[in-house]
Design a protein around this ligand. Structure first.
Ligand code: ZN
Length: 595
């Protein structure tokens, strides 16, 4: 018997603290275990940190063996994977299925949405739950009901908070402790959802305390409202008005503000759908300084751009309306891909929130009424493979990191999800890196009647998709069962996100003093002289003033650092001697005294 085999009767599920919530198990999952045994043979396993040739054996929805020359029970179904990659199923961090929004409801529901996800190699989605006019708990329960009866793959929730009161705090705590929910999203735009800075601070503070991740839709809503009115007065009513009303700098401003506010209360921040180069660069700059901020890119922003808003055909242009808008600068997708490649951005979603062209028509006379949202849940993996891996920005490991592993780590479901290893869920994709297909509304599984990637030829195709140990996609054929997916609880205090923050809570530490160091009642009259401050502390301080950027790869000083400081300190103060300053025969000859 292979030593990787589990002891009989011991479920590998036990190794995870997060248990499934009780739920009736659909008939399709009560099969005999011989029917749920599957072996993927001859492929290359790709995890976020390593690729290696191995076979993968799974049983009852769990990976049981990974390696060569496995001993497999009889009656096991075998999938041939020669020349293919075996990757963890994708995790889409950002979907809006059956989302009531802007006077209508998004057309992909939990059935068509998760079916399309599986068709494209995504085996888990994280969907947003709005809580307008109902309590957070009520919203959670309602949405669990809607999702459970329809989902074809596993799912989790992020809850949207659109008002703040004392009950909100209490409910956030209950959701986090009892309902397996560790992320809350706030909008900084959209009039009826927009949260003000003081509310954001309260929520950020609560998130930090209860171990949740705060997410923001970062755009300055007040500026947008003003711009929209102005543009409509000027007679700009088409989809291009959507773009004009939401320039890059207001995304960048809100991104910066959210990062600063979250940092003030030691809260981890996750910026959803980073759409512009400037917003991405702000995250880069803050992360370089040690801020606890994470960023997500979406398929639309990586695969297409905002020039479509200028299309003569109103319907075509309106189909691309989403917020923040796609940027017309055609170098944006490449820039965002580079930020994913370099680790500035960690996760990818789709912001899948689809409206048919007839629904988009609600805004035919006023761009501000066009329902916001685009497709992507089915297309995400292929678009990223084509634009990221085939373009030479990502290696296959990094591709896995940004399409599943990092999301699993951030939202605390790792290594149950996002990894091929013994004990992990059997959510697996056999990926053909060379096969190609053309994306089209005619062949996609999404319910929406438009595809923003129409006609794009992509290499990278999921040949087999396995969800919860069951083969759901087989060479283009999709066999899913409604209600087969499960709610995956996300536990608070994800170590990936909170380990640093918990340590930082210990700072600044008090100086430990003996009784004799502390004056008895009387305040000393002699001021503390500069010489009583240890010299190395002064050095450390002045050096820190300058070195806001880490050294270059070769260890030299980062030339983007200023050598100038208003305090009068010099960059080389920490060094004993300033070798660089030598004045030899200044012009006009030597002088002593006046300068
Ligand atoms: Zn969204």
């Amino acid at each position: 018997m292979n030593r990787n085999m589990m002891k009989p009767g011991v479920s590998s599920r036990d190794i995870y603290s997060g248990e499934y919530e009780s739920k009736s198990i659909p008939i399709s999952y009560q099969e005999k275990s011989s029917q749920s045994r599957m072996l993927i043979k001859g492929g290359k396993v790709v995890n976020d940190d390593f690729m290696f040739d191995a076979d993968v054996y799974m049983e009852d929805g769990i990976i049981k063996q990974v390696g060569k020359d496995l001993v497999i029970p009889g009656g096991t179904k075998v999938l041939e994977a020669k020349g293919k990659m075996i990757i963890p199923g994708g995790i889409d961090t950002h979907t809006h299925f059956q989302f009531p929004f802007m006077g209508t409801t998004s057309i992909d529901d939990f059935y068509t949405g998760t079916k399309a996800a599986l068709a494209g190699g995504t085996t888990m989605i994280m969907n947003f739950v709005p809580a307008q006019d109902v309590s957070l708990l009520e919203a959670y329960e309602t949405w669990r009901g809607w999702a459970d009866e329809k989902v074809c793959c596993d799912y989790a929730f992020h809850v949207i908070i659109s008002s703040w009161n004392e009950k909100t705090e209490e409910e956030m705590e209950i959701l986090t402790k009892e309902k397996g929910l560790n992320s809350f999203k706030m909008f900084m735009a959209y009039e009826d959802l927009q949260m003000r800075d003081k509310d954001l601070l309260q929520i950020f503070e609560t998130c930090a305390r209860i171990g949740a991740i705060a997410q923001v839709h970062a755009e300055n809503g007040d500026v947008i409202t003003m711009n929209e009115k102005k543009l409509l007065r000027m007679g700009v009513t088409g989809p291009e008005g959507h773009l004009y009303s939401r320039p890059e700098e207001i995304e960048a401003e809100a991104t910066h503000r959210a990062i600063v506010l979250a940092n003030q209360v030691n809260c981890p921040l996750y910026v959803v759908h980073v759409m512009s180069k400037t917003a991405g660069d702000i995250i880069a700059e803050k992360r370089q300084k040690g801020y606890n901020v994470y960023g997500e890119a979406i398929a639309a922003a990586l695969g297409t751009d905002g020039l479509h808003y200028f299309n003569k055909c109103w319907q075509h242009a309106a189909a691309f309306v989403m917020s923040p808008p796609l940027r017309p600068d055609p170098t944006t997708p490449k820039h965002l891909m580079q930020l994913l490649a370099s680790g500035v951005l960690q996760a990818t979603g789709s912001d899948h929130c689809t409206f048919n062209l007839s629904q988009k028509g609600l805004g035919c006379k006023d761009f501000s009424k066009i329902p916001n949202g685009v497709n992507g849940v089915e297309d995400r993996l292929s678009v990223i493979w084509e634009k990221g891996v085939m373009s030479g920005y990502l290696d296959p490991c990094r591709f896995v990191a940004i399409t599943s592993t990092n999301a699993a780590k951030i939202f605390n479901i790792y290594p149950r999800k996002g990894r091929i290893q013994v004990g992990s869920d059997a959510d697996i994709v056999v990926w053909d890196p060379h096969a190609s297909r053309t994306i089209s509304v005619k062949t996609h599984h999404q319910a929406v009647d438009f595809n923003i990637f129409e006609g794009m030829e992509v290499r990278g195709v999921p040949v087999y998709v396995i969800s919860r140990g069951k083969l759901v996609v087989e060479e283009g054929q999709v066999h899913v069962s409604q209600g087969a997916g499960r709610y995956i609880p996300t536990q608070p205090f994800s170590p990936y996100v909170f380990a640093c923050l918990q340590q930082r809570e210990l700072f600044p530490p008090p100086v430990s003093r003996n009784d004799s160091d502390v004056p008895d009642g009387e305040i000393p009259t002699t001021p503390v002289s500069a010489s009583s401050i240890p010299r190395e502390y002064m050095h450390a301080k002045s050096a820190a003033e300058f070195h806001s950027r880490p050294p270059t790869r070769s260890g030299g000083r980062n030339l983007q650092d200023s050598t100038f400081s208003l305090s009068g300190a010099q960059i080389d103060d920490a060094k004993g001697q300033r070798s660089g300053i030598r004045v030899n025969n200044p012009p006009g000859g030597h002088s002593t005294g006046l300068w």
